[in-house]
Design a binder for this molecule. Structure first.
Ligand code: AQP
Length: 328
């Protein structure tokens, strides 16, 4: 059976962007693959985190995976830092990654431009290699991610091919899976910018937002001075973003949504979107409450860790042998 690996980092509360771009696709793909879904806490510490908050969010995200429909009986859910081979392989792969390659990573360039390089950790710079290790450790065939992670899956492929050429077949070279619609959900207040959990404000819908807050955020989403509803991300980024969200949430195509609202005004469309969104998110919130503090959640994460550890240990031993590390 082919395998999937993907993860979400507990650097903030889960957003609608994380749900649409990644987690909702995990739930669709889980029936056809051996799936490992990880809470990538080591990625979160590339920027400073509050210790207690981080601990809390690790379990929040695991519980949200399940609440969103990931079936723990079919998949393996685990916490990255509980499987030490991730960091071990990351170091080995760092020694096979060129500085020039990391310099081309647009996500780092964006952050460096915004924050300046002085306060940035070297972990933030090398994190694509840790992500490559996460994926290659499990011989994942497919990596479902949002658009912003495409470049990191590409560098993972390059590292795997380079390693295989140098040491012989070691890693499966993975493909990315990026949804056609919803791969980049935009901020509701600044619709030319990605909706992001670390910039949580009025422009960002959180999966655990109260329904009244969700409605307020949708109703105050930035649009444009026209009155007609049609899809044109360049000219109408705000409305086009809302159309994409509506399409995903209702399982319709963009054209169907545009047809449905062609005679409506922006206010009517936003109200319909808020209703549909709340209808989708409320049951997730209910399930989250049931599972978050249950013993079952810890049992699921223990079983996930054991399965991941078994695969990862086998792979890291193979890699060490190939590279010539250790005595055996
Ligand atoms: N706005 C988005 N639209 C579609 N997909 C998105 N993803 C994130 N934001 C959007 C996808 O969600 C998965 C998990 O993301 P992550 O936790 O690895 O971090 P990220 O990509 O850096 O997302 P954030 O929310 O913007 O985190 P911060 O603010 O901490 O940097 C990935 O598959 C991602 O593509």
């Amino acid at each position: 059976m082919k395998r999937i690996f993907s993860g979400v980092k507990p650097s903030g509360d889960l957003t609608l962007g994380n749900y649409i771009g990644a987690i909702s696709n995990f739930t669709k793909l889980q029936h056809d693959y051996d799936c490992l879904f990880c809470v990538v806490d080591l990625h979160a510490i590339t920027v400073p985190q509050d210790r207690q908050e981080l601990k809390k969010r690790v379990k929040d995200i695991a519980a949200l995976y399940i609440a969103c429909g990931i079936d723990p009986n079919k998949t393996h859910i685990f916490v990255q830092s509980e499987v030490p081979s991730h960091t071990q392989l990351a170091w080995i792969l760092e020694c096979h990654t060129y500085i020039g390659e990391l310099n081309r990573m647009t996500q780092f360039k964006d952050k460096a431009q915004k924050l300046g390089t002085d306060g940035l950790s070297s972990g933030l710079y090398t994190y694509p290699v840790l992500m490559a290790a996460d994926i290659l450790l499990y011989d994942a065939d497919l990596v479902p991610v949002g658009e912003d992670q495409k470049q990191h899956v590409e560098i993972t492929r390059d590292i795997a091919i380079r390693f295989n050429n140098r040491y012989g077949e070691t890693f499966v070279v993975p493909e990315h899976f990026i949804p056609k619609v919803g791969a980049r959900i935009m901020d509701l207040q600044e619709p030319t910018k990605k909706m992001s959990k670390s910039e949580n404000d009025k422009g960002c819908i959180l999966l655990l937002d109260e329904p009244s807050i969700i409605r307020k955020k949708i109703m105050s989403a930035v649009t444009d001075s026209e009155t007609q509803i049609y899809y044109d991300p360049q000219k109408k980024p705000g409305i086009s973003n809302l159309i994409s969200i509506y399409a995903i949430i209702t399982n319709k195509t963009i054209d169907e949504v545009v047809e449905e609202f062609k005679d409506a005004n922006y206010g009517t469309f936003k109200k319909a979107l808020a209703d549909k969104l709340i209808e989708r998110i409320l049951p997730i919130q209910e399930r989250f409450k049931d599972i978050r503090n249950s013993k079952e959640l810890d049992d699921i994460l223990d079983a996930g860790r054991d399965y991941a550890m078994h695969l990862a240990t086998r792979k890291i031993n193979k890699v060490m042998k190939k590279v010539g590390l250790g005595r055996h």
